[in-house]
Design a protein around this ligand. Sequence first.
Ligand code: AP5
Length: 216
Amino acid sequence: MVLIIFGPPGAGKGTQASMITKNYDMLHISTGDMLRAAVKEGAELGNLAKSYMDKGELVPDDVVIGVIREVIKNTNSVNGYLLDGFPRTIPQAEALDRMLNSESLKVDKVVSIEVPDGEIISRIGGRRVCEKCGVMYHKLYDPPKNADVCDKCGGSLYQRDDDREDVIRKRLEVYSRQTLPLKTYYRDASILREIDGLGTIDDVRRRISDSLNQRT
Ligand code: AP5
């Protein structure tokens, strides 16, 4: 199965994707995580990506498409792929269709997590990430046992550079302009599932799971 988890910044895509990939034993492909890893390594790709990410803009299509092409070509996940944060533009979606087609695959479902802007600002503002293992927390909604320390590995928690309020607002604007049109693209293909993203992490997980278990 090829599944796309879709939604605005901070909707909970990464949080839900981690749980889905565990349950369904799929490969989780997050372009955001891959780009942040490249930034951390100081790789050429990372330096280029950082200049866009810090401003809340999208990294150019050809760069991101190249990254995904390498992953799909070089991995063979028996139970499929869960794409998180990709595609984000119509050219990326079209390139993905071509890539999958050449592997005799297709996008099976697109789960869109619907969250209003006010809630997004509060979710992103409280997000903290472990610098060592990447596990995500929220200061209020999903706090670690000890402030600023990762429960899983003891690493320090930090706030992402693009989680400042001015950058969040820019990311929301970019989402409306460049990414939202994808909903029509996937609705026209009859594979879009819109999920209410309000409520606890577990409420949303249950709604997604119900939607994935439906045949149509
Ligand atoms: P990326 O990392 O993909 O960021 P994003 O899409 O903006 O999404 P986020 O990671 O901010 O949020 P999320 O939806 O995963 O929410 P999360 O689960 O963390 O991309 C970053 C940048 O990279 C982009 O701006 C762009 O520059 C570049 N990029 C990436 N992909 C690209 C592409 N394809 N093309 C071009 N450029 C690309 O949850 C957020 C917080 O809320 C957490 O603290 C969590 O604990 C909490 N939370 C989650 N669910 C709930 C809930 N139900 N209730 C309460 N709190 C919750």
